[in-house]
Unconditional design. Structure first.
Length: 33
């Protein structure tokens, strides 16, 4: 079970980072326009 938790948290972290990056890019685009 702990292994699964670690795997899930890693996946969640990377997904969160990706979403964060997309939001930042979107915000930059809006500011430019």
């Amino acid at each position: 079970m702990p292994v699964f938790d670690d795997q899930f948290s890693d996946q969640f972290d990377s997904t969160l980072a990706m979403a964060n990056f997309m939001v930042s890019s979107l915000r930059d685009s809006v500011v430019r326009v």
